[in-house]
Design a protein around this ligand. Structure first.
Ligand SMILES: Nc1ncnc2c1ncn2[C@@H]1O[C@H](COP(=O)(O)OP(=O)(O)OP(=O)(O)O)[C@@H](O)[C@H]1O
Ligand SMILES: [Mg+2]
Length: 220
């Protein structure tokens, strides 16, 4: 099976990149997919999480803070894994530019606010520039996080996104204390509302070809 490279990108700090990275990587690793995470954030959020929970979530995690090393490191990881996820740093860091060079898919977490959507639109522009530079198509989608779909602002955000022609995942991630608690507990939710939301997220990404399905990984 060919390895897929999913990049989490957003010029906005605290948008939810590392949280999405953790739940997608954690869930797929538990299902037997050979996952590698390239942690390109100097803060090392994923690296410190995995240091404590490696036994529970078997995957390779490499912390690479040297931006120019991102491409060769990602290429190395693509050998021997089914999925490489790159967790980029937020504001003021060029890791995203380099990560886009090797991305098969880009996921842009965005919270439901005007400033978040503007930043998401900027990130889409970065992807479009990378497409031109690399002369290939790089599918990019927004995933709405801390999103409560019963609010007025939610309807407005969906309208705005459609208006600017930005594609999004149908799955949205709600604002839940359990995601915040995950930074202490290290546990990716299973079974409850958050767990089901993560299952839908992973299933939609597999349907889009952005991550391998656990079944495909098992027969490969
Ligand atoms: N859906 C959610 N519900 C509740 N809390 C959340 C949710 N998503 C993220 N958080 C919390 O918000 C904070 C920022 O999230 P996260 O670290 O994933 O963002 P980030 O985009 O990786 O930030 P940075 O740009 O600094 O790397 C964390 O404390 C995280 O636990
Ligand atoms: Mg982060």
């Amino acid at each position: 099976m060919e390895c897929k490279c999913l990049v989490l990108a957003s010029s906005k700090g605290g948008a939810g990149k590392s949280t999405i990275c953790m739940v997608v990587a954690g869930r797929l690793a538990k299902q037997g997919v050979r996952v590698a995470v390239l942690d390109a954030d100097p803060n090392g959020t994923i690296s410190s999480w995995h240091r404590d929970y490696a036994a529970e979530y078997p995957m390779t995690v490499v912390h690479e803070v040297e931006e120019t090393e991102i491409v060769p490191r990602a290429e190395e990881l693509m050998e021997g894994h089914d999925l490489v996820i790159i967790d980029t740093a937020g504001f003021g860091n060029r890791s995203t530019v380099y990560a886009l060079a090797v991305a098969d898919h880009v996921l842009i977490p965005s919270q439901p606010s005007g400033s978040d959507l503007r930043e998401a639109a900027k990130t889409i522009k970065m992807v479009q520039a990378a497409e031109k530079m690399t002369k290939r198509t790089i599918p990019a989608r927004v995933v709405l996080t801390r999103f409560n779909d019963r609010t007025k602002v939610a309807a407005h955000v969906l309208e705005q996104l459609a208006g600017i022609g930005v594609e999004r995942l149908q799955t949205t991630v709600a604002h839940r204390t359990v995601y915040f608690e995950m930074t202490f507990s290290g546990q990716v939710p299973v079974g409850d509302a958050a767990g089901q939301e993560i299952d839908r997220l992973v299933a939609e990404l597999a349907e889009l070809g952005a991550v391998p399905s656990a079944k495909a990984a098992a027969v490969a």
